[in-house]
Design a protein. Structure first.
Length: 85
């Protein structure tokens, strides 16, 4: 059940990040889930490094959305740089 919860929460975080970030990213359903899960993972790693969270604690919804937005910006820069003009 933990994997299903991770996927659902990752999807919600990915959707919120895409709604808050201006611009159009052509990301499908799976990539949106991956974005949310990666944002949550990144927020957890950074939070543990900074001492905000301890191992085993959730990163928090807001921190996960912020991290997902950062990943979305990085994704946009990489995608923009790789397309021929």
């Amino acid at each position: 059940m933990g994997i299903v919860w991770t996927i659902v929460l990752g999807f919600v975080i990915g959707i919120v990040a895409k709604l808050l970030h201006p611009g159009k990213e052509n990301m499908g359903f799976i990539m949106t889930i991956v974005l949310g899960i990666a944002g949550s993972f990144l927020a957890g790693i950074v939070g543990q490094f900074m001492g905000w969270y301890h191992a085993g604690e959730g990163a928090g919804f807001i921190a996960s959305v912020i991290a997902a937005i950062i990943l979305l910006v990085i994704y946009g820069k990489i995608k923009q740089g790789s397309t021929p003009q």
